[in-house]
Design a protein around this ligand. Structure first.
Ligand code: ZN
Ligand code: ZN
Length: 574
């Protein structure tokens, strides 16, 4: 499209054209499907809450663990067993411990792990450090106990024994400890804040999934039970447990619902190296100034509080936006019906005339005018389409049927025919407008009533005996397919195509002040006669200038309305 085409498009609006199928069945199918889509859209909007605006939760968590245990002649209170964690929203409860008391910085034998065991000083390298060792080797091999010798190290001595944690766990009674979780959440979009503690909280409550699901005080044993873990088993080596707080808040006043839902699961892998432990030490100064420490290797359960969730509130713009995006689903109705009709047509089960007419109306074939020609034979009831290039005479070329005569005849009611009818008998006038009579005419002409008188120079492709020889393939066309009478001898050819009376009237109809005595009038009459023939035999259609006039008819018209110099343009093939 050039600039002018683009500018022209600014002054136009293209509206879509539809084909209306008059069918009760499809009408009901359309209604049913449209209703289904409308209902589905409503359901989707409600179920997925597309009428609401969404906001992510912002939260802060505080925890406090309570409980006291008495074990190994010692009181274990909160300060003993809850060790502050570096991570945010986490708390740790000790369940097991390995204590190494009175450690001093000095020389002592290494704990007897595989690489530390020696037989003589040669096995020990001065200054070397193993990944498992507790200190730096001095190069000496000394007795660890009466049976084993190990390399001597410079370390915090005595070294920590590398053994498994006590089983059952030292503080397994921490199962009965409780934790209060305070969770404050905020939805910035809606400026809404809420706490996970209900207004009327019974301070002696304990969380239970069924009986008190909103109580924020949790018994540690219950948490592990919910996470499907055994407390006394997990207490030995420790582990990590997630406490999930899920907020799914509907903040609309008419359907307000904003409560936390608690969930619990184990985070550390049970199969590969399970557990959770770390070390810490307490330091003392001895009277003579040396530092001494007590080393603790503590096992326990780390609880990570994970808060997530969304808040929703009605928003008309959100609703419009989502419904707008779903309106395209109505297109599915049309697609589904088209598909069903297509299947009905293709499978051949629907041979009703409705589908045939529907198909004809729906699909218009666009042909390249330079590559096609239309021919009509008086003894065949249809128009034939022939594709170029021609390898032999047009008369012998294979083509495809495109249209039946009854259709084209309906279009043929031009000015000239109606004028003609005024002057002629009523009987013939009706004949022009009634397709059945037209068929009769075809029948008459289609009959080989008598053999056409073959002229001596009649070409072999001619069947009517009046065509003229020519070298051009596209001009080698007769008015008939089988031998018989020529169409030019028919009454209708005389009256519709050749009659100067008809043609003159048609010219005057177009130009009322036309001078019929003008010298160029023959040319105009000739061209009009060609046109008349095409309208008569083909009707009016898009590619009427690609309709080929048979040789016999062309010569008859030329003879009746000759040109001054005998040089005709003929059918242009391009
Ligand atoms: Zn012929
Ligand atoms: Zn003929």
């Amino acid at each position: 499209m050039g600039v002018s085409g683009w500018l022209e498009s600014l002054t136009q609006y293209d509206s879509q054209k539809y084909i209306r199928l008059q069918s009760v069945t499809w009408g009901w199918v359309k209604c049913f499907l449209s209703l289904t889509v409308a209902l589905s859209i409503c359901c989707i909007v409600i179920i997925y809450r597309l009428h609401q605006e969404m906001d992510e939760v912002n939260s802060s968590v505080r925890t406090s663990v309570k409980g006291v245990a008495y074990k190994d002649n010692r009181i274990w209170d909160t300060a003993e067993y809850t060790i502050p964690m570096q991570a945010v929203n986490s708390f740790f409860v000790m369940t097991n411990i390995i204590k190494t008391e009175n450690q001093l910085e000095q020389r002592c034998p290494e704990y007897p792990f595989a690489k530390a065991i020696c037989s003589s000083d040669k096995s020990c390298e001065k200054g070397s450090v193993d990944i498992h060792s507790h200190g730096i080797q001095t190069g000496k091999c000394v007795d660890y106990n009466t049976t084993v010798k190990t390399c001597e190290v410079m370390a915090w001595c005595p070294v920590e024994p590398m053994e498994n944690p006590p089983d059952p766990a030292v503080l397994r009674s921490s199962e009965d400890f409780t934790v209060l979780i305070k969770n404050n959440i905020h939805f910035p979009k809606f400026n809404y804040t809420i706490l996970n503690i209900p207004q009327k909280l019974n301070t002696s409550c304990t969380y239970n999934k069924i009986t008190s699901p909103l109580c924020p005080i949790f018994r540690l044993g219950d948490i592990l039970q919910e996470a499907k873990e055994n407390f006394s088993e997990m207490a030995v080596k420790g582990g990590i447990i997630a406490i999930e707080i899920n907020w799914d808040c509907n903040l609309d006043s008419w359907s307000y619902d904003c409560h936390p839902k608690y969930g619990f699961r184990r985070l550390d892998d049970k199969r590969i190296n399970p557990g959770f432990h770390f070390r810490y030490a307490r330091y003392y100064k001895l009277p003579y100034g040396k530092e001494q420490r007590t080393l603790f290797k503590v096992y326990g359960i780390r609880f990570d509080v994970l808060v997530f969730g969304t808040g929703r509130k009605f928003n008309s713009i959100e609703l419009l936006k989502n419904i707008g995006s779903m309106l395209s689903y109505f297109g599915l109705v049309a697609t589904a019906i088209e598909f069903a009709i297509c299947i009905g047509n293709c499978s051949g089960c629907c041979t009703s005339p409705l589908y045939q007419i529907y198909n004809r109306k729906k699909y218009e074939t666009v042909l390249n005018p330079r590559q096609v020609m239309y021919v009509s034979y008086v003894d065949e009831p249809h128009i034939t389409l022939i594709k170029e290039p021609l390898k032999k005479s047009l008369q012998r070329a294979q083509g495809s049927i495109v249209e039946s005569h009854s259709v084209k005849f309906g279009d043929a009611g031009g000015c000239c025919t109606s004028e003609y009818s005024e002057n002629d008998s009523n009987e013939e006038s009706e004949a022009m407008h009634t397709p059945y009579n037209h068929d009769n005419e075809e029948y008459e002409l289609g009959q080989p009533l008598r053999q056409g008188a073959s002229s001596p120079d009649c070409p072999e492709w001619c069947c009517c005996g009046t065509c003229q020889p020519t070298q051009k393939y596209h001009e080698q066309l007769c008015c008939r397919k089988k031998k018989g009478q020529c169409i030019t001898t028919s009454h209708w050819f005389q009256q519709l195509v050749l009659s100067s009376h008809t043609l003159n009237k048609a010219l005057l109809y177009k130009d009322p002040f036309l001078d019929l005595t003008d010298s160029s009038i023959n040319t105009q009459l000739r061209h009009l006669a060609y046109k008349q023939y095409i309208h008569w035999r083909f009707g009016s259609f898009d590619l009427e200038d690609r309709a080929v006039i048979p040789s016999c008819c062309r010569w008859k018209i030329r003879d009746t309305y000759p040109k001054a110099v005998n040089n005709y343009t003929g059918f242009e093939t391009e």
